[in-house]
Write a protein that binds this ligand. Sequence first.
Ligand code: FES
Ligand SMILES: [Fe+2]
Length: 395
Amino acid sequence: MSTPHVSAAPDHLNPPLQALFRRLLGEIDSPDSSDWDATDSLLDAKVYSDPDIHRLEVERIFRRLPLCLGHADQLPEPGSMLARDLLGLPLLLVRDAQGDIQVLLNVCRHRGARLVAGQDTVCRQTGLTCPYHAWRYGLDGALLGVPMAQGFPTLDPASRGLKRLPSTVRHGLVWAVLDPAQATIDVPGLLGGLDDDLAVLGLGSHRFFRQRVQTRATNWKLVMDAFQEVYHIKRLHARTIAPFFLHAKSAGEAVGPHLRILVGREQLPDATALPPGAWDVRRHATLTHAIFPNSLLIYHPDSTSHLGMFPTAPGEIRFVHTMFTPHAARNDKEQAHWDRTFDMIDGGVFSAEDLFISEQIQQGVASGANDSFVLGRFEQHLRRFHAQVQGMLRG
Ligand code: FES
Ligand SMILES: [Fe+2]
């Protein structure tokens, strides 16, 4: 989040974002906040470590809801594909010959060999051929060829295509339900009131910039927690982004199970003299959407981050950070600027600060020092987030 280099008109704001921005302006001079809950509360520490809770979260939350897997522009042309293992499923994201993105299981339908061996690197292929006996599949997963086909007199090729998960692209983002038994996906239904936010922010025309995937020793909810409060910014981020922000000035609100939150930047007071059309949720403030259960969209001054937390164990996640930009870099200067932005945000802020502290907390949870954690009045969005998780676990 270094000094914006790419100048652009502010994003057009819809009425809910304008109303939230107006509330944020009202926070500038108020010592307390209208936003806070009436009182603090306790959170059972075992939500971060209990294997039964983890199992239920996977079953009742992660396998049921559409999850965002990144930006569609990462797969730029027909034949682009990306293998990625998430939630125990070997996924294959493929742009097919029609230009549609398919989310397939990376598993041969003959005797189950993995089709693409590695993961996390985009490659380009015209189709998929199994390394074991060379069954051949199209980019849409259809079974196209079986060597020595006379050996399979009862085989029905139409029913032996690669398993396909329900998926769609909306707002430029790839969404899928990670359960081969599910038939449909409803992203507008998931997003509810955030659907229009994402539409007006125009992410569909943004371009993929860079992605990093890491395995980190933290519960997924600790990372979601870290992005739903501003209490920590001045301390944890003192060496990186803290100077860009006012101290603890934010306005957030629940949108169904999700959160939209604006955090006041240093430039926020300038906006008091501007008409609403000039209010900028990337420069006067930083907008974040926490999309239930495991996605965060963070709107930097001239780029956007998507963070996805995919649990592999109570105390472990695959953390996928994708950065996209309003357009492809047009020259070396823009490329260098966004390279620096990515390095600072991904390496400096997320990895070395937010994920670092989440891992430290995970170790603290294991120590038994805390049966419970204390959520302050201004940690109200964490309270709601955890209540939402617990509600879904109860079914
Ligand atoms: S397991 Fe793939 S062709 Fe046999
Ligand atoms: Fe943070």
